[in-house]
Design a protein around this ligand. Structure first.
Ligand code: MN
Ligand code: MN
Length: 306
């Protein structure tokens, strides 16, 4: 049987890594294909915490794929965020919770739901197909839902996510609150990263209409901790703006405990942040109260204002 490559987006987060593993397992359990999970970048600290907790190895790194390779995409569908040469791959399935950004010339299996995490959809797919959710699979699913919804506090959280957390924490025998906070905090440890690494950890290239932008999000338990690096961060951001000819670079420093984000905005369209949120940037920065979700509280508002 030909191998199927299963992977999430570049700059992988916990959802992309765990969903690849969980989806590959589902495919194998159902005998649909010989599926194997891959990653498109290095593992972040939070994901490392999850894999260490389970004593699991990270999926293999995938640099590119051959023409005609069978692939399954999870936690993304935009070719810009995907593997190189995706246009020549044979996409079998997509399971995702982002907006549709993919067009193919052939039919394929698509499962999109506007929920907080890909794993919430995968949890349903296991149930629908009568595949057992083991303790290990439940832990992977639960971890990603906690990560993507910031412990069910993000506005992206739905009733389905809450129900999944309830069910999965029982199977995994995990106190979601306690484990979740420990996991999220592990993900905020930036001490071993260079400025360039911090600026690419969770960076997404997003165009707000014609405004070519990068929006990068860094989680922290203490905003002032990250702001001590403001000068170095701004220097790195300016370099990336020059190199990639960007109109805007937004760095969201998200306080996972109090659910706010400090934004640093640079580039010739940094005024778009002021317009979108009705705020004034002082020294390129301002606190956006209650903003924690790039997908729900940044992309639509910034696009609207562009
Ligand atoms: Mn993701
Ligand atoms: Mn996700």
């Amino acid at each position: 049987m030909v191998e199927t490559y299963v992977f999430g987006h570049k700059s992988p987060d916990s959802d992309s890594i765990t969903s690849s593993i969980v989806m590959a397992n589902l495919e194998n359990e159902l005998g649909n294909s010989e599926a194997k999970a891959y990653r498109l970048g290095s593992i972040n600290k939070e994901t490392e915490f999850i894999l260490d907790y389970l004593g699991m190895d990270a999926p293999e790194l995938l640099e590119s794929i051959e023409d005609g390779a069978n692939v399954i995409l999870v936690d993304h569908n935009s070719p810009a965020e995907s593997v190189d040469n995706l246009e020549n791959a044979n996409i079998l399935k997509v399971v995702d919770h982002h907006k549709l950004a993919l067009a193919t010339s052939y039919p394929l299996f698509l499962r999109f739901e506007p929920v907080g995490c890909t794993e919430t959809i995968l949890c349903k797919l296991y149930e629908e197909n009568g595949v057992e959710i083991t303790k290990e699979i439940a832990t992977l699913m639960l971890s990603a839902i906690i990560s993507d919804t910031l412990l069910l506090k993000s506005p992206t959280t739905t009733e389905d996510d809450k129900a999944a957390v309830e069910k999965l924490s029982q199977i995994a025998e995990i106190d979601a609150e306690e484990y979740g906070l420990e996991m999220l905090k592990a993900g905020t440890d930036l001490s071993s990263f260079s400025i360039d690494e911090i600026l690419s950890l969770d960076a997404k290239q997003i165009d707000f209409k014609n405004v070519k932008s990068i929006v990068n999000q860094v989680n922290t338990a203490d905003i002032s901790d990250v702001m001590t690096m403001k000068d170095e961060l701004e220097e790195g951001m300016s370099n990336i703006i020059d190199e990639e000819d960007l109109d805007l670079f937004m760095l969201l420093i998200t306080d996972i405990v109090n659910s706010n984000s400090q934004v640093i905005a640079l580039g010739k369209y940094s005024c778009l942040v002021e317009k979108a949120y009705g705020v004034i940037l002082e020294n390129n920065t301002v606190l956006l109260e209650g903003v924690v979700s790039r997908k729900k509280q940044v992309v639509p508002i910034m696009t609207e204002s562009a």
